[in-house]
Design a protein around this ligand. Structure first.
Ligand code: DX5
Ligand code: ZN
Length: 218
């Protein structure tokens, strides 16, 4: 069976010991480090911003997968590139000129991702899917870690996979929210490529072991 790209979400890390948490991820089998940026407008929560991403990028030895949950994300694309993002995802619901934002992200050499909320149909990606490197399917309503996985996501993965094949897109399918060892294998079987996990990793007694479990689908 294919192994997932595992991207632990720092949202559930202990921010008072952030350096230790990032060094733990460096030493683990995690592939990417997922960073959730929330503005208190697009989502009902505020997380952290550019200075924190920049500080993390100085010690992180893995690509930073930055998920912007902010309105008009095009205002900050260059800034997140400078702060060290390798993968940058904007929400389709927050971007009026989504096509332009995607081109902007790619112009800085980053991988371009588009995130969609649980209620947003996959088919709205039809006209951009060939241009993007990643689709982040939200499997919870964005804003908070530790929420319950929404089962309808499996159907969306199947639809998205069909769209990707039909358009010969190389986009990876990332699942964000409520991922754990109970659903990881089923998500991979449905067609997922990248698994984001926050609460499941950081609430564990041994986060490194949990990351390995997710990677090996054990
Ligand atoms: C939710 C964030 C997620 C979150 C996932 O708005 O986008 O990345 O950290 O966390 P868990 O795995 O705890 O659902
Ligand atoms: Zn996220």
């Amino acid at each position: 069976m294919r192994q997932p790209i595992v991207a632990p979400s720092v949202l559930s890390a202990n921010f008072a010991r952030l350096e230790d948490e990032i060094r733990m991820l460096n030493a683990s089998t995690a592939d990417w480090i997922h960073l959730d940026i929330m503005d208190g407008v697009f989502v009902p929560n505020i997380s952290f911003g550019l200075p924190v991403v920049e500080a993390i990028s100085k010690i992180a030895e893995k690509p930073l997968d930055v998920h912007l949950m902010i309105t008009q994300p095009e205002r900050y694309i260059e800034a997140f590139h400078r702060a060290g993002a390798s993968v940058l995802s904007v929400h389709a619901e927050a971007s009026i000129h989504l096509h332009r934002s995607i081109q902007q992200i790619k112009s800085f050499g980053m991988k371009a991702g588009v995130a969609i909320n649980p209620h947003t149909p996959v088919r709205i990606l039809e006209n951009v899917i060939a241009d993007i490197d990643l689709v982040c399917l939200m499997s919870v309503n964005p804003g908070f870690g530790g929420q319950r996985f929404i089962e309808n996501t499996y159907k969306k993965i199947t639809e998205l996979k069909a769209l990707i094949i039909e358009t010969e897109s190389h986009a990876l399918i990332e699942i964000d929210g409520g991922v754990n060892k109970e659903n990881a294998r089923k998500l991979m079987e449905a067609g997922a490529d990248v698994l984001v996990a926050g609460h499941f990793v950081f609430s564990a007694e041994n986060p490194t072991a949990v990351i390995r479990q997710l990677k090996e689908m054990a």
